[in-house]
Write a protein that binds this ligand. Structure first.
Ligand code: F0G
Length: 470
């Protein structure tokens, strides 16, 4: 396969610039802070950007989760909320949108992605089983572990190499997966957990050829294949851009074809589906659906609302239609690529190729003098905030947590700081400001010191841990 990655979206047309396929109808003022105010706010937050108040943040790139701007159609849809406890009209609209665009048979709404992860993990994992997947995600792996499973990483080796330009660094390594199934036995494998795109690898996509091959391998051994569809529409964009034979296929059709190779999916609607809250779970198998439907009433709500208001389901149904539009997706991923190119031009070390939802800074390359036990990616997020009020997120040793068996830190090969771009929120001028701040912080890198952890919560510690300067 030839990597065919255009340097800029616009270069295809002989120029650099592109414009968003929308205009701004409502604005929210941004506050700027002084360096002193930021130093104080960061100290109070224990050097953890999750603990900053959003009013102290200038450009918020903490996450693309629930931070997008809804369209006028979605806001209009909110007014059509049918707030019935059971059988809301909006549920049936959501169900139809998921069936149409993702293709699964049985649909359950959930309050957000981890609600769906909880249910599928409870119902599809028996204690002691293995869950192979293409790199862990924090909440996904935790739910798999809480259900008694053990996550096994079977992603391709290129995923761990920040400089590899392989076009589909999210792919499962078929050799690793097959060896695992053969040595452990298919009955020991709960299911294969496939994510498109792979968040922790830098938003890297999975190819259609890979999902097809994984699906065949699973079929041969009677193992189910479930998809984390959170950013699967963005993954479909990369297939269109890079995989031979898909250049002229609409994103909606690519998404559907990909999902058809899988047996079900869980979803954080707060990403691709363009809502501020919501998620869903979808499976083809009736018996599993029945079990999930039994459990959902305990943990989320009745199976026709799953913790959401009718208006939330309506907004998500419309968001699904909008996220599969080619012009929307080109501008979405194009904005991320624009930021990545600026940084590349200035020789700032980032994960390449640039992924779908974020630019990931290589903190190990920023701070070769700071050992991983002193949290270089956490340091980098703190430095960015101090420089300009931009909020980023650690995706390294803090996010990786501890091995439940040994109690030691997991030391992931990737020690990254994520600049996550909310959907339809910031403009190209904001991206310029971000790039300039990253460059400043990079130029000062040799003077920067590490952190020590002063407070560590039991689960998902990156959210609430506190640090102090060494
Ligand atoms: N799967 C992936 C790939 C995710 O990125 C997330 C959330 C979830 C599942 C869980 O969904 O937040 O709706 O419960 N990722 C956010 C992030 C938190 O910032 O990357 P959720």
């Amino acid at each position: 396969m030839t990597p065919n990655i255009p340097r800029t979206m616009g270069q295809q047309f002989g120029r650099r610039s592109w414009a968003e396929p929308w205009k701004i109808k409502m604005v929210e003022p941004l506050a700027e802070t002084t360096p002193d105010q930021r130093a104080r706010a960061l100290e109070e937050a224990g050097y953890n950007t999750f603990l900053l108040k959003s009013e102290d943040v200038y450009i918020d790139l903490l996450t693309d989760s629930g931070t997008g701007a809804m369209s006028d159609r979605q806001w209009a849809g909110m007014m059509l909320g049918d707030e019935a406890y059971a059988g809301s009209k909006n549920f049936y609209r959501l169900e139809a949108a998921i069936q149409r665009h993702y293709g699964y048979r049985h649909i359950l709404p959930t309050h957000q992605g981890r609600g769906a992860e909880h249910l599928i993990s409870r119902c599809a994992i028996k204690p002691g089983q293995l869950v192979p997947g293409n790199m862990y995600f924090t909440t996904t792996r935790l739910h798999q572990e809480l259900a008694g499973g053990r996550f096994v990483d079977v992603i391709c080796d290129e995923a761990h190499d920040t400089s590899s330009l392989a076009p589909f660094k999210g792919n499962i390594d078929l050799g690793k997966l097959e060896a695992l199934i053969r040595t452990e036995g298919a009955e020991k494998v709960a299911y294969v957990s496939l994510a498109g795109t792979v968040n922790m690898a830098g938003g890297q996509p999975v190819s259609m050829a890979n999902v097809k091959a994984v699906s065949e391998l699973c079929g041969k051994h009677g193992v189910k294949l479930y998809l984390d569809a959170t950013r699967m529409a963005e993954n479909a964009f990369f297939i269109q851009e890079r995989e031979p034979g898909y250049a002229d296929v609409p994103i909606a059709q690519i998404l559907r074809e990909f999902c058809d190779y899988t047996d079900g999916a869980w979803m954080s609607g707060k990403k691709d589906n363009l809502v501020n809250i919501g998620g869903w779970l979808a499976v083809n198998d009736w018996d599993l659906y029945e079990e999930l439907r039994n459990q959902i009433v305990i943990y989320e709500g009745l199976h026709t609302y799953g913790g959401l208001a009718g208006r939330d389901m309506e907004a998500m149904a419309i968001g699904i239609e909008e996220c599969v539009q080619d012009d929307y997706m080109r501008s979405r991923v194009g904005q991320v690529q624009y930021l990545g190119e600026l940084l590349t031009d200035w020789n700032v070390p980032i994960v390449k190729p640039v992924g779908g939802h974020a630019v990931f800074l290589d903190a190990k390359a920023f701070y070769p003098h700071i050992p991983q036990s002193e949290f270089p990616a956490q340091v980098l997020a703190a430095e960015l905030y101090l420089d300009s009020g931009i909020r980023a997120m650690e995706r390294g040793v803090v996010s990786a947590g501890r091995n439940p068996a040994t109690g030691d830190h997991y030391y992931p090969r990737l020690e990254l700081t994520r600049l996550t771009i909310p959907r339809r929120v910031y403009t190209q001028a904001h991206m310029d400001v971000v790039a300039e701040s990253v460059k400043m912080v990079f130029e000062r890198a040799t003077e920067t010191r590490g952190l020590r952890m002063t407070y560590e919560p039991k689960y998902l510690r990156f959210f609430q841990a506190k640090f102090a300067r060494l």
